[in-house]
Design a protein around this ligand. Structure first.
Ligand code: TXA
Ligand code: MG
Length: 351
């Protein structure tokens, strides 16, 4: 399949009138699948009402069929088209955080969405993305749009159209290139089907921000205990892994440098994921800075690009610094842990 590319400037008014957006929306209406930017990562969109379109999404990504997709809508009002029993808490969250990086799990409207989209569950994940291109595409298509991250399954999510091209060129109908995404990690997934909202996947909206609006918010036990079965099907899969094995190093910069030097003496080429403000502490074969440790939003923004960039190098292993889990740090560490397959090396474990 020949993949079409459209370039759009995010800053123009009335994007819906643009021929690129109209063409992309037209393909969505014909049950083709098209990638577009959101404020978090690029999504691979398809008509959420169609088994044909949903089937193409799963096939293009190589995604396991038991992992449901997020349904993207253009406004809060559209939520009632796909979901029922929307609680007062869910409504509060929508009002406060939509459009934005928050996905809300609700009971699904029966007999409306493709069963492939919801992986046969009786719930649906819904969000309104905060990106002019995503909103224009959804509005123009006039459909709820199922959109997982636009990467091959297991790879880091794409934060640029180039990442999507690397993974999916020739496998999908088109890519709307609206530049790099902002947040850099995916939306927070929060289950609002019970009395207390439960975070199933940490993301762009922090636990602290949710609590400020609705009070008590729980975190799925599987996020802190690897033995527990996650409530979100997608969270059980290995994700985001670069080609070389990644290790999370918890300790001082001096100790991390000594670990790098030890490996180099054994003839290994070592890559290091650190931050701009720590660059002067290290010598390694490849050093890639990922934001600034004093502002974890900058780390989230660069994370997937840096993980992908290591694949362009010939390192044998990647060492990464770790980050505090407050605020968006919870999402950053969740993704790093998955990328590392939970391989940690702690300074205290030395010798
Ligand atoms: O920021 C994002 O959320 C991006 C952009 C494109 O919107 N999308 C995204 O989709 O990250 P995806 O498919 O990569 O991740 C969706 C996550 C998966 O972990 C999936 O298991 C979970 O949401 N999910 C979807 N429907 C669910 C449901 N009904 N119940 C529990 N988890 C669900
Ligand atoms: Mg994904």
């Amino acid at each position: 399949m020949q993949t079409k590319y459209w370039f759009v400037d995010n800053h123009v008014d009335m994007l819906v009138t643009y021929p690129q957006i109209k063409e992309a929306a037209q393909l969505l209406k014909k049950n083709e699948v098209v990638a577009f930017p959101t404020e978090t990562v690029y999504g691979l969109g398809g008509n959420a009402l169609s088994n044909e379109a949903a089937g193409k999404i799963f096939a293009a990504k190589g995604r396991p069929a038991d992992n449901p997709l997020i349904v993207h809508i253009a406004s809060e009002q559209q939520a009632a088209d796909v979901a029922i029993h929307i609680s007062a808490t869910a409504q509060k969250l929508m009002q406060e955080f939509w459009p934005g990086p928050l996905t809300i799990i609700l009971k699904k409207q029966p007999n409306r969405l493709s069963d492939l989209v919801t992986a046969g569950l009786d719930t649906v994940a819904v969000r309104v993305p905060d990106h002019p291109v995503a909103l224009a595409v959804i509005r123009e298509a006039g459909l709820p749009i199922a959109a997982p991250s636009a990467n091959r399954s297991g790879k880091p999510s794409p934060t640029s159209a180039k990442h999507v091209q690397d993974d999916l060129d020739g496998r999908i109908a088109g890519i709307v290139d609206g530049g790099s995404t902002g947040v850099g990690v995916e939306s927070t997934v929060v289950d609002c089907t019970g009395s207390i909202p439960v975070i199933l996947r940490p993301g762009g909206i922090t636990k602290e921000e949710l609590e400020a609006v609705v009070g008590e918010v729980a975190v799925d036990a599987a996020l802190t205990d690897a033995q527990k079965q996650p409530k979100s099907p997608g969270m059980k899969y290995t994700h985001y892994a670069p080609n070389a094995p990644l290790y999370l190093l918890q300790g001082s910069c001096e100790w991390i440098q000594s670990q790098i030097s030890d490996q180099q003496q054994k003839g290994k080429k070592v890559g290091l994921l650190t931050t701009e403000d720590h660059l002067s502490f290290y010598e390694a074969d490849v050093i890639l800075p990922c934001g600034n440790s004093r502002d974890l939003k900058t780390v989230a923004h660069c994370l997937y690009d840096v993980l992908r960039a290591f694949n362009e190098t010939d390192v044998d292993m990647i060492y990464s610094e770790t980050f505090p889990t407050a605020g968006v740090g919870l999402a950053v560490m969740n993704r790093l842990e998955k990328a590392a397959g939970h391989r940690w090396i702690h300074e205290k474990m030395k010798e």
